[in-house]
Design a protein around this ligand. Sequence first.
Ligand code: UDP
Ligand code: MG
Length: 315
Amino acid sequence: MDILKLFLVIPCYNEEEVLPITAGKLQEKMQALIDAHKISSDSRIVLVNDGSKDKTWEIICELHKKNPLFRGIKLAHNKGHQNALLAGMMTVREECDAIISMDADLQDDIHAVDAMIEHCYDGCDIVYGVRSDRTTDTAFKRGTAQGFYKFMKWLGVDIVNDHADYRLMTRRALDALAEYKEVNLFLRGLVPMLGFKTAQVPYERGERAAGESKYPLKKMLAFAAEGITSMSVRPIRFVTVLGFLIFAVSILMLLYSLIRHWTGATVTGWTSTVVSIWAIGGLQLLAIGVIGEYIGKIYLETKERPKYIIEEYLK
Ligand code: UDP
Ligand code: MG
C-alpha cells in the first residue's frame, strides 16, 4: 500500500443541527491528513442519509456541491444506524483502501483517526476505537452498557469492550464482511469474527456536539436484544436446560407426594398447588417467548429482504 485512500463513512439520521459543525471539523481534519501525506488527496467523506425527516439530505447535497471531498448516499427509508453504516461501507468499498466509520455527532474523538491510520500502515486490517472513559454518558447508560458487554461475553460472544462502531476497516476486511449475508445485523459482533490483525485505539468520548440522541431507551433495548439473538443461541439452550431441571424437580415432587400419600399424611396444600401452577405457567411462557424470538429471526432471514435501498448516490 502506498498512500492510504481513506473514506470516512458517517450515518446521519435527523442530524441537521450537528451536521454543519461536523462537516466543518471533518473537512479540516481530512485536509490536515492530506497535507501531512498520511492519506491520499482523493480520500472522501461519505455521508449516508438514513431516511431523515429534516433537512439533513439538503445539507449533504449542499456540501457535495461546494466541495468534492463530500459524497452523499441517500437511503430510501430509515433503516437504522447499523444498516445505514453497512450501506455506506458496501457502496464505497471498491473505491478505497480503508474506511473509518463514525457517528455524525462528533462524540467520537476525531483525532483518534491518526492512530488508526498508523495501525493500518503497520498492517492491521481492523482498528477498534475504544472509549477510555464514559464520564460524559449518564450513569444509567454506562451501567446498562457495561452490563450488556458482560452479558454478551458470558454468552460466549466475542465482543470488544467499550467499542461502539468507531473503527477502521481495510478493503480486505470489508470484502470479508460482505460475505456475511445475514439480514439481522449486529456489526459489533460480526467484525471480531472476521479475524485479521487488529489493534485498539483508546479515545475519550465527548458530548454530542448538537442535537439530541437518536437512540432513546426503547431503541437501545431493541438493539441489545438484536445483538444477543443475532450472535448467540445460548438463550435457547438455557430454556432446554431449565425445562430439564424443572422436569427433574417435578419427578422428585411426584415421588415426595406419593410417599406422603402412602404414609397417610395427605394434607393437600392449596398454596403449593397454586404457586406451582403460576411458576410453571410463567416459565413456559418465557421459554416459548425465547424460542419465538429466534423463530421470528429465522422468518426474517428466510425472506432475504434487502437491508437497505439506495435512492441516490452523489459521487
Ligand atoms: N443514526 C442513524 N439511523 C438511526 C438512528 C441513528 O443513522 O435510525 C445515526 C445518527 O445520526 C448518529 C449515529 O447513528 O450518527 C449514532 O446515533 P446517536 O448519536 O443518536 O446515538 P447515541 O450516541 O446517543 O447512542
Ligand atoms: Mg451519539
